[in-house]
Design a protein around this ligand. Structure first.
Ligand SMILES: Cc1cc2nc3c(=O)[nH]c(=O)nc-3n(C[C@H](O)[C@H](O)[C@H](O)COP(=O)(O)O)c2cc1C
Length: 339
C-alpha cells in the first residue's frame, strides 16, 4: 500500500482526517505571512522523529505544515542518504525543509538542489540556528550561528540565491548563553538578510530543554521585526497552541514534543483509547509504506499507549518487536484489553 492508501484505510478509525493541502487552488502562491496567519499550526522539526510517516500523521491530525528534521548541507553535498530526510512522501502535500551547517556556499548549493528535487512540494527552506547539541555547535553550526550574525546573514542570503522565489526562514533561540538574550536584534538582522519568517524557541541554547520556555521573547522579537514570528517551546496541547496565538505576538505556533502519541494536538480532537490504538497501527503501517526503520515504532508505542491501563506492559512488549506484524499484534492485544 502507498502511504495515502494507508491513511485512507486506517485513518478514519483513528480519528484522523484525509490530508488536504490548505494551499490548493492558487493559495500556494500566497505570501508566507498570509499563509501562516490563515494556517498557523505547525509540526516542528525533530531530529530522529519527524520522518515522512510522522509528518503525515501530523498532517492527518490537523497540522497545516510539517518540517523535516534538520538536514546537514554537507551531508547533501557528499552523500545520497540525506535525501531520505528531505523527500516528501506520497500523500504529503508539501514539506518545510530544515537545513543546518555553517558554510554559505554549501547552503547555496543545498538550497538549489532541494528546489530542483522538490519543486512545488517545497513549502519553505528553514535554517537551523537553534540546535544546542555540542556536536553541532562545535562546528559553528546550529545555535552557534547566533553568535555570528554576519555569517548567519550570509547563510540566509546564500539560501535565497540558491532558491530564488522560495521563502527562507530561520529558527532561533533566545540566545546561545543563559541570560544573554539576543533574539530580537538577531531576528532583525536575519530579516534584513531576507528571511521571510523567524521561529523562536524561548530558551537559551545552554538551557537545552530545561526550565520553562519564555513566551515573552515572542513579543520582543515580534516588536523588532516585520516578518511573522513562529512560537516554539512548551506548546504541550491544543489549548496551549491557541493561548500562544492569542497571548503573544506570534503569527503561528509549532508543536514538537506535544505531538508524541498525539497527532490530534493540532485539531484539538480528544482521542479515545480505541482511536489511539488505531493511530499506532496506522503509524506502523505508514513506517512500512515509507520504507522507514520499523524500530521507530518502539518509541511510538510508549507514546501512543501512555496513560492506558498496563501501559508499561505494552511498551515492553513493543520493545522486542522488529517487524510491522509484530507491532500490529501488540496493538491487537492492547485493543482487546483496553478498548
Ligand atoms: C527529539 C527532538 C529533536 C529535535 N530536533 C530538532 C531539529 O532537528 N531542528 C530544530 O530546529 N529543532 C529541533 N528540536 C527542537 C524543537 O523543534 C522545539 O523547538 C523544542 O522541542 C521546543 O518545543 P516543544 O516544547 O514543543 O518540544 C528537537 C526537539 C526534540 C525534542
Amino acid at each position: 500500500m502507498t502511504p495515502s492508501q494507508v491513511l485512507a484505510s486506517y485513518g478514519p478509525a483513528a480519528g484522523l482526517a484525509p490530508v488536504v493541502t490548505p494551499f490548493a487552488g492558487g493559495e500556494k502562491d500566497r505570501p508566507l505571512a498570509e499563509r501562516l496567519a490563515a494556517h498557523p499550526l505547525i509540526m516542528a522539526p525533530m531530529a530522529g522523529v519527524s520522518d515522512g510517516a510522522y509528518r503525515l500523521m501530523a498532517r492527518a491530525g490537523g497540522a497545516d505544515l510539517a518540517y523535516s528534521e534538520m538536514v546537514s548541507v554537507a551531508g547533501l553535498h557528499y552523500g545520497e542518504r540525506s535525501w531520505e530526510l528531505v523527500d516528501p512522501v506520497d500523500g504529503e502535500p508539501d514539506v518545510a525543509v530544515q537545513l543546518f551547517g555553517s558554510r554559505p556556499e554549501l547552503f547555496r548549493e543545498g538550497a538549489e538542489r532541494v528546489v530542483a528535487r522538490l519543486g512545488a512540494r517545497l513549502a519553505l527552506i528553514d535554517v537551523n540556528m537553534a540546535c544546542p547539541v555540542p556536536k553541532v555547535t562545535r562546528k559553528g553550526e546550529g545555535s552557534a550561528l547566533m553568535e555570528d550574525p554576519g555569517l548567519a546573514a550570509a547563510i540566509v542570503r546564500a539560501c535565497r540565491e540558491g532558491a530564488p522565489g522560495v521563502d527562507v526562514t530561520v529558527k532561533i533561540r533566545r540566545g546561545r548563553h543563559m541570560g544573554r538574550e539576543v533574539a530580537p536584534e538577531f531576528a532583525r538582522a536575519m530579516e534584513d538578510a531576507g528571511a521571510a519568517a523567524v521561529a523562536v524557541h524561548g530558551r537559551f541554547a545552554t538551557q537545552m530543554y530545561r526550565g520553562e520556555a519564555d513566551w515573552g521573547v515572542l513579543d520582543r522579537v515580534a516588536d523588532a521585526v516585520g516578518i511573522p514570528v513562529i512560537a516554539s517551546g512548551d506548546v504541550t496541547d491544543h489549548a496551549a497552541a491557541l493561548r500562544a496565538l492569542d497571548q503573544t505576538g506570534a503569527t503561528a505556533v509549532m508543536v514538537a514534543r506535544g505531538t508524541y502519541g498525539n497527532p490530534w494536538v493540532f485539531s484539538g480532537h480528544e482521542a479515545t483509547a480505541s482511536e489511539r490504538v488505531a493511530a499506532f497501527a496506522c503509524h506502523v503501517r505508514l513506517l512500512e509504506a515509507t520504507g522507514a526503520h520499523l524500530k521507530r515504532a518502539r518509541s511510538l508505542a510508549g507514546w501512543y499507549f501512555k496513560g492506558m491501563p498496563d501501559a508499561a506492559r505494552w511498551r515492553n512488549a513493543a520493545m522486542s518487536c522488529v517487524e510491522a506484524d509484530e507491532f500490529l499484534a501488540v496493538a491487537d492485544e492492547v485493543r482487546a484489553h483496553v478498548c
